[in-house]
Design a protein around this ligand. Structure first.
Ligand code: ZN
Length: 121
């Protein structure tokens, strides 16, 4: 269940950031999840709730933002949104694209009680 390891990593980062900011409590955690990671939001939520016990994020709200896939053509430099099984460039017709977005899991921001907002991106 890979959502659990993702959730544990999120909680680890959140705990570290909360400590750096001397925050007692984290109210909101915003995470951007690339669609290519095939994370089930519901499973991630449940894992997050299990993983955060005893941390400053214990009562935090989890906000999940889906990041769409974006590819960049290596031949003409065009950026486009490919289908998962079709990476042919709409500009030049070459299948020589590189994924530039949609494959990451990023902790976007936290809302902590002690500080207003800690941007971590
Ligand atoms: Zn191209």
């Amino acid at each position: 269940m890979h959502e659990l390891s993702i959730a544990m990593e999120i909680v680890r980062q959140v705990t570290e950031i909360a400590r750096q900011h001397h925050a007692e409590r984290v109210d909101e955690v915003e995470v951007q999840v690339g669609v290519l990671r095939q994370v089930q939001e519901e499973a991630l939520r449940m894992s997050f709730e299990a993983a955060r016990d005893g941390t400053p994020a214990q009562s935090a709200r989890l906000v999940v933002i889906e990041e769409p896939i974006e590819a960049e053509c290596q031949d003409c430099g065009r950026r486009f949104a490919p289908e998962p099984d079709n990476f042919i460039c709409p500009g030049c017709g070459q299948a020589n694209a590189r994924i530039v977005a949609g494959n990451d899991i990023i902790l976007k921001s936290l809302v902590c009680q002690a500080s207003d907002e800690a941007a971590v991106s």
